[in-house]
Design a protein around this ligand. Sequence first.
Ligand SMILES: [Zn+2]
Length: 268
Amino acid sequence: MRSEKVTPINQASLCDRTQPAECEKHGAFEQKVTMLMGKALRSQCPECARIAKEEREARAEAEQALNVRLAISRKLGDSLIPKRFADRSLANYKAEHKGQAEALRFCRHYVKTFDQIAESGRCMVLLGKPGTGKTHLGAGMANDLMRSTSHSAVYRTVGSILQSIRATYDRSSEATEASILASLIEPSLLVLDEVGVSKEQPSDFELTTLFAIINGRYEQVKPTVVISNLGPEQLPVAMGERCVDRLREGGMIVVPFEWESHRGKEGV
Ligand SMILES: [Zn+2]
């Protein structure tokens, strides 16, 4: 760019004349010159102008994404990911055999393509025996999304959700059932662990709550990851048929964990 004072001019109609000019970076361009109150205003190199505009837009977008995340964090406090699972990531999941490597691959792909997943609301279920690393992968997906993207993610066990809703029935409670449900519906991803953990039939309260969460997310086209020790045929009993129907919409991804438990051996 030459050393003359340059002002960007966008409206060609204001342009009085054009002249050849040279940008240090991008070479020759047609410069628009506009007379304004006796001063000659010269247009910027179009390529420099385009780059500057793109940078401005990228900055604004990043800022907006950060603001959304901060707003959700403020609403939920520090409890997005429980402390116990805060260090879990897909990177520190140890895949020791083929089944685990395959499960890890599915979860990596889910996070990697999360922009599309978020658009289609495609859900995922991690099913299989206890102690096979499902929780690590589920919390890891939530952590990785929170750390490396502008998406928000929440990891919760069904038990902790039911308990926090019951606690709102206490008069002194500040939270309401609606605010708790909203905090589970709003995030880009919800990882719902320990579905059907009790051997007994789920209570009406449990089924109603699960449906409110799953259906609330479904209506907003938001994906949910469900983790359970049950098999696929038992899931409708534990969650209710209607819940599983919502999860299936858009092609539910089922990741089976069929190998034996490593818990105890590794002390996990
Ligand atoms: Zn230029």
